[in-house]
Write a protein that binds this ligand. Structure first.
Ligand code: PLP
Length: 357
């Protein structure tokens, strides 16, 4: 069975060595030595100042909103994984959707501008499939309107914009280290915070709002990463160059063989992609279903991602219709891409897509 992704697992012997160390120390969670080591190594690898590891990407989003004390309306994209929007709703914020660009699949800054009202407090864009948003234009809009910017960078591990980390844009960026991601810690995530004065606050929020084990000044949650997850992260990080290279080769092969047959995502000219996803955009939903069926019949399972468009969720109060996002979400499929995928299987996938079209 070929799924859209397959988690990279380091050699079991190496993971066992780490587990032995954890057992020896007896320190299994609460900001342990491996979590601290991974924070240091990731900050260096990614080229960021402040990184805080947490239990998952959704928690990272929630901690970001709480750290910035957001209230009211937040402009976000309807074309994302549900967590981008549900984390807002769960924190009493009101998502206002701005439609996307049909080629880059990212939130369109022109629609952000049009959606701003007196109630708007922040913008939550997503670097969709690791494709950098129009970060400079979004920052200009935020500066003019006194808005915070939180990037959902769940897909943007090691993505560069003008040769520096994309994670350094906005007030806070949030990563997911879920097992399906390019870099993973089984479950996990991180906050990248640009304002040094907010770092301690976020650290308190991930630990129930407790300060120095003495007072509890903030409403916090439990969003701590544990040592077993950090150990996995340290081992995956050792292999990350190899993982990226293999994905890059697969991505280029897909592009070469499919570019003239199906529409693919337009990558921002200043963005260096991390090759974590390969989405194809079909002519219509019927065509998508045809391709999906032919692949499924051959035990190949691409993913309808993202589907459905988040402006269709029943629990959303504002009744906006984002036509572009609705249209794209009905006809986009992410194809299998992961380091262990061999070229023969990839060629089979490509052949079946060509045949079914
Ligand atoms: C764009 C986006 N945001 C947020 C998340 C949530 O991350 P996690 O699964 O680590 O909670 C995901 C997860 O797939 C995602 O794709």
């Amino acid at each position: 069975m070929i799924n859209v992704t397959k988690t990279y697992l380091p050699p079991i012997s190496k993971y066992k060595e780490c587990i032995d160390k954890i057992y020896e120390s007896g320190w299994i969670t609460n900001n342990g030595p491996l979590t601290k080591e991974l924070e240091k190594k990731l900050a260096k690898y990614l080229g960021v100042k402040n990184i805080i590891l947490v239990s998952n990407g959704t928690a990272a989003l929630e901690v970001a909103y709480r750290t910035l004390e957001l209230e009211g309306d937040v402009i976000t994209t309807p074309f994302s994984f549900v967590a981008t929007t549900s984390s807002l709703v769960a924190n009493g914020l009101n998502p206002i959707f701005a439609d996307i660009d049909k080629d880059t699949l990212n939130i369109n800054h022109k629609y952000i501008q049009q959606s701003i009202t007196k109630k708007t407090k922040a913008i939550v864009p997503v670097h969709v499939f690791g494709n950098a948003c129009e970060v400079e234009k979004i920052q200009n809009i935020a500066n003019k309107n006194n808005l915070k910017v939180i990037y959902d960078a769940a897909h943007a591990f090691d993505v560069k914009y003008k040769k520096q980390s994309i994670l350094n844009y906005g007030d806070i960026s949030v990563l997911s280290f879920h097992a399906t991601k390019l870099f993973h810690t089984i479950e996990g995530g991180a906050l990248i915070i640009n304002d040094d004065t907010l770092v301690e606050k976020a650290r308190q929020i991930i630990n129930f709002g407790i300060e120095n084990n003495e007072s509890i000044p903030l409403v916090g949650i439990n969003a701590k990463m544990n040592e077993f997850e950090a150990a996995m992260g340290l081992l995956v990080l050792e292999e990350i160059e190899e993982i990226k290279l293999k994905r890059k080769k697969l991505y280029k092969r897909y592009i070469n063989k499919l570019e003239n047959i199906v529409k693919t995502q337009a990558i921002h000219k200043n963005s260096k992609n991390n090759f974590s996803y390969f989405p194809i955009i079909l002519k219509n939903e019927a065509s998508l279903k045809k391709v999906q069926k032919v692949l499924n019949d051959n035990d190949i399972f691409p993913r309808r991602y993202f589907y459905p468009s988040l402006d269709t969720l029943k629990y959303i109060k504002s009744k906006q219709v984002c036509k572009i996002s609705r249209d794209i979400s009905k006809r986009i499929l992410c194809l299998p891409i992961y380091p262990e995928l061999d070229y023969e299987t990839q060629d089979l996938i490509i052949g079946l897509i060509k045949e079914s079209l």
